[in-house]
Design a protein around this ligand. Structure first.
Ligand code: HAM
Length: 423
């Protein structure tokens, strides 16, 4: 026998029955975006490498250390997408969506790839559900985007998360702040690697978790205290709108995002039940990204919600959204009733009932064991004598009650019974 092959390291899989919960998480997080008029976009899983180098930023960990980059047979450098925003922007520019009604509002979901060191909640193939709204800097759009994510999490029943919010300023006010921070950092006692980071991107040093660095950063200047008047007013309006819509948040002036394109409103969703990988989602404005990628000077805002981590957050809170059973009914054919049973199975499925049946001509005992294992709350047994009488036996697995139902009325009887018990 050949050796069995395992999945690559750091790649999560969702198998039945747990995968039903995973699907329910994705469905719940997409619903508020659909209700807010976001259209679905299906994007390529690999893109030209330069899209991420230019879009996400060369100095970020994502681009400098974590990309799955390869050369294809035509000698092109391609990269498995590490995130979705740059790809959406590329598509919007390429297909001229920005020449229609603004803002362009899009949502997407699927796998992304980052060569990180795997651990619980940190994967090399991760799944995100994202939205991007392009072409308006109205603070109402910022509030809408944050609220959509908040509603998605809440609709799952999650309570153990918080929304952290800050503003990263704009191309006008950030350079002066950056200089102020650089001057401050140059006066600290830092190791060489951190000094280098401070030169490359001083803002990222604020994220250092080592106590000796944290202590020195206590008096570091913060972007929020150095916003220009437009950015300050924009941020004030976002906060007023969020408060008006009842979306709770906390200001975190030291938030550091892993991607370089962020400007102004920036946010993260943090769950306390997940240990180190506590970020269940994040996003913000990226007002210079479109121009950077060769498009018009249009602003944009969006988020990416981590589906893997949101799923783990649900488990941590004891939540298992999604249908209780995979099936509504299981059909057991006996002897010569097999052909009629196959028709009945098809009829029940056409009536919208999730239906499976026993295969392989098994006897009553074996087939009932399969019925039990399937978890279906109802079983329909069709024997030869039933067939002659034009009936089948409908059994409730919960109560054990059994009754005879005419074959041509089975779909209706089952539908009614299920409606009754779910009321
Ligand atoms: P991000 O913060 O890099 O943002 O990723 C968003 C979310 O994806 C994170 O909060 C986390 O839940 C999940 N995630 C990231 N890396 C991993 C991983 N290795 N394993 C499991 N989950 C992970 C973005 O990607 C931006 N494109 C979001 C955005 C959209 N900003 C504006 N528009």
């Amino acid at each position: 026998m050949n050796d069995a092959i395992a999945a690559p390291k750091g790649v999560p899989e969702y198998l039945p029955p747990e995968s039903a919960t995973w699907l329910a998480v994705r469905e719940a997080l997409s619903r508020p975006a659909v209700l807010a008029g976001y259209g679905y976009i299906e994007l390529p899983v690999f893109e030209d490498t330069s899209l991420y180098v230019r879009g996400v930023g060369e100095s970020t960990d994502v681009v400098s250390k974590e990309m799955y980059t390869f050369t294809d047979r035509g000698d092109r450098s391609l990269t498995l997408r590490p995130e979705g925003t740059a790809g959406v922007m590329r598509s919007v520019i390429e297909h001229h969506l920005d020449r229609g009604q603004l803002p362009v509002k899009l949502w997407y979901a699927g796998p992304f790839f980052r060569a990180e060191r795997p651990q619980k909640g940190r994967y090399r193939q991760l799944q995100q559900l994202g939205v991007e709204a392009i072409g308006s800097d109205d603070p109402a759009l910022d509030a809408e985007v944050v609220t959509i994510a908040d509603q998605g999490y809440r609709s799952l029943g999650l309570t153990g998360f918080r929304t952290e919010l800050t503003s990263l300023g704009c191309a006008r006010c950030r350079p002066a702040y950056r200089e102020r921070l650089t001057t401050f950092l140059s006066g600290l006692d830092l190791d060489d690697a951190t000094r280098e980071r401070a030169v490359l991107n001083p803002l990222r040093v604020l994220d250092d978790k080592r106590p000796e660095v944290v202590a020195q950063l206590a008096d570091a200047p913060l972007m929020l205290d150095h916003l220009c008047s437009e950015c300050a007013e924009h941020f004030r309006e976002v906060r007023v709108l969020l408060e008006g819509s009842g979306t709770a948040y906390a200001i975190n002036p030291r938030m550091v995002r892993g991607l370089d394109y962020y400007t102004r409103t920036t946010f993260e969703f943090v769950h306390d039940g997940l240990g180190a990988q506590s970020g269940i989602g994040g996003g913000g404005r990226y007002d210079g990204l479109m121009a950077e990628l060769g498009g018009q000077e249009l602003s944009g805002i969006g988020f990416g919600l981590g589906l893997d981590r949101t799923y783990l957050a649900c488990l941590a809170e004891g939540l298992t959204p999604g249908p209780e059973h995979r099936l509504d009914v299981y059909v057991v054919p006996l002897g010569a009733a097999r052909e009629r049973a196959a028709l009945l199975t098809a009829e029940l499925r056409r009536a919208g009932l999730r239906t499976d049946q026993s295969f392989g001509g098994r006897g009553l005992k074996g087939a009932m064991k399969s019925a039990d294992r399937s978890g279906a709350p109802y079983v329909v047994v069709l024997g030869e004598r039933d067939l002659a009488a034009g009936v089948a036996q409908l059994k409730s697995m919960d109560t054990g009650d059994q009754r005879e139902v005419p074959l041509d009325q089975m779909a209706r009887a089952l539908t009614e019974q299920i409606e009754e018990t779910t009321q």
